[in-house]
Write a protein that binds this ligand. Structure first.
Ligand code: GFB
Length: 324
């Protein structure tokens, strides 16, 4: 039931699909301290949504381990406005990467899901067993359906062929390499940018989407990358496993914290014409805690580091058509 298992990464060839994204790049940084060879494929070299080229690339490069971090991602507005992209691109990536990994005999694959796979009104904190027990949050059901399909593919390959493919469900992430697009980003990057620009412009108030009442849990991406490597080495099960921080707060409290970190002293103006999304999304992370993993980065310190990274130009400003 716990899924405890040991796997030695020493000497292994590890392919990180999606190494330019916030999560993929953090996994590459974290793997640098493991005694393994990290493989990556540039987008110009390989389109991971295409089956044949992906299979040929894996046949040529022969990884023993695959981290599937390639995904079309975005915040609440991007998810709501680009349902085709979020559904179809993510399904295409899953089909090509997971099928090709099976075909070349990958020993261990880690698939990245999202906490939005769970029902809108799931019991809190959300245990893995809540999957498929109720309707999804409509703003992101397209992305959620694609991610549920990905974790089901991992379960199916395990059941039919015995493949050691595992799925991890992170809570809301933030940190180095986030997308700072004003409309398509998630709330941490959106607010870091907006408060920074308001500070420079001496603006009296800053718009915060929704009512400010939704509750969210935030995890720094360096902690999440550490959890991914921990799971590769210590977990094997058909059950997906949650990874959260336990740092839950309202969007209003979160916005106030970001404003303090950025040094913005003006007012928050809640824009209720924008959606709130799911009312609460706190993961039950007791299974990974029980295996011996815990996060290290406190929210305020993590946000300060993210803001410093933003000022250093580590952020990206991608249109949704280019988030992969
Ligand atoms: O980060 P976010 O887009 O993710 O929004 P979700 C979180 C909350 O912050 C929502 C509010 O209640 C937003 O209304 N918010 C306030 C803002 N100001 C802003 C802003 O300027 N930008 C954004 N983006 N939000 C996502 C899913 O949902 O969660 C994804 O859409 C993914 O698919 C991710 O699963 C983890 O938590 O609402």
């Amino acid at each position: 039931m716990t899924g405890a298992s040991t796997y030695d990464l020493t000497g292994k060839r590890v392919f990180v699909a999606g190494h330019r994204g916030m999560v993929g790049s953090a996994v590459v940084r974290r793997l640098a301290s493991e005694n393994c060879t990290v493989l990556t494929a540039d987008r110009r070299e390989l389109d991971l949504t295409k089956d044949e080229p992906t299979l040929r690339w894996l046949e040529a490069n022969r990884p023993e381990v695959v981290v599937h971090a390639a995904a079309k991602v975005g915040g609440i507005a991007a998810n709501n406005n680009f349902p085709v992209d979020f559904l179809c691109d993510n399904l295409a990536l899953e089909l090509s990467v997971i099928r090709a990994s099976h075909a070349v005999g990958v020993q261990r694959l880690l698939f990245l899901g999202s906490s939005c796979i769970y029902p809108k009104h799931a019991k809190q904190p959300i245990a893995e067993s809540e999957l498929l027990t109720g309707p999804l949050e409509p703003t992101n059901e397209w992305y959620a359906i694609a991610k549920i399909a990905g974790l089901k593919m991992c379960q199916a390959y395990r059941r039919q062929y015995g493949d050691d493919f595992i799925s991890v469900m992170p809570t809301n992430l933030y940190g180095r390499g986030d997308n700072y697009h004003p409309d398509h980003s998630h709330v941490p990057a959106a607010l870091i940018r907006r408060f920074h620009e308001a500070k420079i412009a001496n603006a009296p108030s800053v718009s915060v989407w929704g009512t400010g009442t939704p509750l969210r849990e935030f995890l720094n991406v360096e902690d999440f990358a550490d959890a991914c490597v921990f799971l590769l080495k210590n977990y094997s099960s058909d059950l997906p496993i949650n990874v959260g921080s336990g740092d839950e707060l309202s969007i209003a409290e979160f916005a106030t914290t970001v404003a303090e970190v950025v040094g913005y002293g003006g007012k928050l103006a809640f824009d209720t014409s924008k959606p709130d999304g799911t009312p609460r999304k706190l993961l039950d992370s007791s299974r990974i805690r029980g295996l011996g993993w815990q996060p290290k980065v406190a929210l305020r310190a993590g946000l300060a580091a993210a803001y410093a990274d933003y000022l250093q130009g580590y952020g990206r400003h991608l249109e949704v058509g280019a988030t992969r």
